[in-house]
Design a protein around this ligand. Sequence first.
Ligand code: P6P
Length: 333
Amino acid sequence: MITLGEFIIEKQHDFPEASGDLSGLLGAIRLASKIVNREINKAGIANIIGATGVENIQGETQQKLDLYANDTFKQALEARGEVCGIASEEEDDFVSFDTKRNVNSKYIVLMDPLDGSTNIDVNVSVGTIFSIYKRISPVGSPVILEDFLQPGTEQVAAGYVIYGSSTMLVYTTGNGVHGFTCDPSLGVFYLSHESMQSPKTGTCYSINEGNYLKFPVGIKKYIKHCQEIVPEDKRPYTSRYIGSLVADFHRNLLKGGIFMYPSTAQAPNGKLRLLYESNPIAFLAEQSGGIATTGTQRIMEIKPTELHQRVPFICGSAEMVKKAQEMVEAYPE
Ligand code: P6P
């Protein structure tokens, strides 16, 4: 039984040049996830569920736990001193950490502190998503917007915490994907899923079919492909949609499947945010043998132009995503 902390240090020794800053940063995420997990687990009785009545830059009503999670991760990351700034779904602009130690640190973090938070009130799994880069502006100066607008291929690490029937932290530093399960009696994350591999194919497709009428034709064709009567020797496809990206992705990573959030009438560029939802999930997908695309472009190769920009997102088992991509490309909009 190896703990997350022991694993991070063990893997750090694989990088002789590693200074330990990334290990410390991951430790801050580990701490914050435990604090948020504690609040989520008592949400119904802690007068912390429901909306704040405030809208974020996305025009979405902020849930009380959204802000709690945002502040918890922000404080933990600033306190550890390895981060010079963050960007968050819950912050209009990026946040610069200005203490001497932070300004002289080399990492920035982008995060969705509590993704799918409206599901909390109905006790459905939610998650935290994070993405870590090295700054490109000079160490010692305040962070700038360009530090945050790097393509996903430049990510140093990425991961998520899923607050579900158990709480897991799943992350990659570019050397495979590893999952850790929290023992609530001790508050310790133990390695439970080493070197996670996405099944090459699956029988589960995950999409909000309530938006069907406005889907691109290629997506409609792929959904029909999934629903066609398949040869007797194959199981028919199953539709599974939780409405919480981390939970839908985690299921597909373990069991095989495809997740799609294409452009829709309400979201012509898709709904998911490139920098702190699609890119980190794409990094995990690729590191576990899967694929992540807009339908026509590799997610991690997109050059970001705005902090909160949205992209169409298709991600999961390689053979399923390739089939979906074929259909999207065969029926260009
Ligand atoms: P819809 C949650 O709000 C989220 O950002 C993702 O976690 C999830 O995949 C998606 O939106 C669900 O969106 O439009 O289907 O409710």
